[in-house]
Ligand binder design. Structure first.
Ligand SMILES: NC(=O)c1ccc[n+]([C@@H]2O[C@H](COP(=O)([O-])OP(=O)(O)OC[C@H]3O[C@@H](n4cnc5c(N)ncnc54)[C@H](OP(=O)(O)O)[C@@H]3O)[C@@H](O)[C@H]2O)c1
Length: 238
């Protein structure tokens, strides 16, 4: 499976985050060409420096909530690399909210924008070039919380449910053009932030970022060519 990714152009959003870094490391090992997107140049530089020296990477600082900026950065990636083979939409986030009646507009907007609007913006700009190539893979990160609303997590659950149904819509629209669109539903990921927030939990039950990155790689691979519109649970023992 690994050779097929040599020289493939992989766009990774949230590339400076926990899972984004793991996904970048995995594709770098396979000799892919990486477009790393995240908010801050210095965080992206740190990720690029930690990758193998011969990895071909470019850093693109961008706010994924600004449509013009997203359009410009995707066009820049195309100009720099010539094509886009895989879009891995990893950027996203979580905030534990108050009760719904105490939730402010800004809290709702923050979750819906960060998790759902960002996926809409990147997919909208990338799909036309994948259609031209008659080839493409889009992998979105939803969450287990997409499947059932939980208390004090209303905007988050709604935003991740939106990622799941956006994935299904994109898959339906592009299934005759050799473009697959799938999402992953992680359980609790083993991250430094989660360890700090839940110090008494058994971290062994959580999902390592490398295990999620393996599923991203599978979905990007030829082996998954007939998988589209799927929402794949990756819960570990969490
Ligand atoms: N952690 C979990 O337990 C868990 C569970 C289920 C699903 N997920 C999902 O899995 C994915 C990866 O999680 P993670 O733990 O790796 O998250 P993370 O470490 O917080 O990484 C997310 C990255 O996205 C960047 N980002 C935030 N807002 C952005 C914006 N407007 N434009 C561009 N980049 C932006 C962040 O930058 P800054 O750090 O500078 O803000 C960060 O580098 C997310 O979609 C998350 O919702 C996580």
């Amino acid at each position: 499976m690994q050779n097929e990714f040599k020289d493939k152009v992989i766009v990774i959003t949230g590339a400076a985050g926990n899972l984004g870094r793991a996904v970048a490391e995995k594709f770098a090992q396979f000799g892919s060409r990486l477009a790393l997107l995240d908010l801050k140049q210095d965080s992206l530089d740190a990720v690029a420096q930690a990758l193998p020296e011969d990895a071909e990477t470019r850093a693109y600082p961008v706010n994924l909530l600004e449509s013009n900026a997203v359009n410009a950065v995707i066009q820049q990636v195309k100009a720099d690399f010539g094509r886009i083979d895989v879009l891995a939409n990893i950027a996203g986030g979580f905030t534990m909210g108050p009760l719904m009646q105490d939730t402010e507009d800004k809290d709702w907007d923050f979750m819906l924008n960060l998790n759902a609007r960002s996926v809409f913006y990147t997919a909208r700009e990338v799909i036309p070039s994948m259609l031209e190539n008659q080839s493409g893979r889009i992998i979105n990160i939803s969450a287990r919380a997409a499947l059932e609303g939980k208390g004090r997590m209303g905007p988050y659950c709604a935003s991740k449910a939106a990622v799941k149904t956006l994935t299904e819509s994109l898959a339906a629209e592009n299934k005759f053009d050799n473009i697959t669109v799938n999402c992953i539903l992680p359980g609790t990921i083993d991250t430094p932030q989660n360890r700090e927030a839940m110090p008494d939990a058994d971290f062994n039950n959580w999902v390592p970022t490398s295990a999620l990155a393996d599923v991203v790689v599978f979905l990007a691979s030829d082996a998954a060519r007939c998988v589209t519109g799927a929402a794949i649970p990756v819960y570990g023992r969490s």
